[in-house]
Design a protein. Structure first.
Length: 262
């Protein structure tokens, strides 16, 4: 039986305000119209100590994502009524930075890239090994909110050196250009943090993926490419007109350095 908001073992002042919720464990919302998939994924997640919510359609998923404050969604693409893409697009347009792992029934580049460009953090292709899903969930949650040894988030309270006119605060998970906040997804911020910690260093896609996603990263290049494309679009041009994130053709990416430091 799905957990209700009242069954979750958390304290709320207002369930719609996720900023005032404190949690003893992470909460995961599993969204799939196939009961067997929900049951299996739930069993594996609960075995690892996660709290689990379930939804079988897009509308219910959107309602729970707004009201129950999950830490992460496992979101199927093909859902009755509102699709997983529609759910993700709506959440991101509302400013939600909840973690999202997309489930797709087809090993289709178009589906995977579409989800990543909408702001998904990762994807899993059906049929899948439940332990792989759990590993990806753990990797994402460690990246934001629960850093572990070896995480890309060095320490609470860490502020990276400015990248041109960008200020990157890893404690608040915020990026600012002057007095304007740049809204990034968690994966986009993680990519920016990895690159800007060592401006000028070239990272291959595999190095970035392993650093950010952990050992579950499967070296699918377009994953990193899609996130970098979104990151560049949100950052815009730096003051001298160039890109904050530069492509090193045939190798990977690097954070730009001022000319006098290059």
């Amino acid at each position: 039986m799905s957990l209700s908001v009242l069954d979750a073992g958390r304290e709320y002042q207002t369930v719609a305000d996720c900023t005032i919720v404190w949690a003893m464990t992470s909460r995961v919302l599993v969204v799939d119209d196939e009961p067997h998939i929900r049951e299996v994924v739930r069993a594996y997640l609960e075995r690892e100590g996660y709290e689990v919510l379930e939804a079988s359609d897009g509308d219910h998923a959107l309602d729970l994502a707004r009201s129950a404050c999950p830490d992460l969604l496992i979101l199927d693409v093909m859902l009755p009524g509102r699709s997983g893409f529609d759910v993700l697009r709506t959440l991101r347009s509302e400013g939600s930075t909840v973690g999202v792992v997309m489930l797709t029934a087809r090993d289709d580049v178009i589906d995977r890239v579409a989800g990543l460009e909408l702001g998904a953090d990762d994807y899993v292709v059906k049929p899948f090994e439940p332990r792989e899903v759990v590993a990806r969930v753990g990797a994402i949650l460690r990246r934001f909110g629960r850093p572990a040894p070896g995480s890309i988030v060095p320490d609470s309270g860490t502020r990276l050196p400015p990248l041109f006119d960008l200020s990157i605060d890893l404690d608040s998970r915020e990026v600012w250009r002057g007095t304007d906040r740049v809204q990034l997804t968690r994966t986009e911020l993680d990519i920016l943090a990895v690159l800007s910690a060592q401006p000028g260093r070239v990272w291959t896609r595999e190095q970035m993926g392993t650093r950010i996603f952990g050992e579950s990263f499967d070296t699918y290049d377009r994953t990193i490419d899609s996130h970098v494309k979104n990151l560049r679009a949100k950052l815009g041009a730096r003051p001298d007109g160039g890109s904050y994130v530069e492509t090193v053709r045939g190798v990977g990416y690097r954070a730009a350095r001022p000319i006098e430091e290059a």
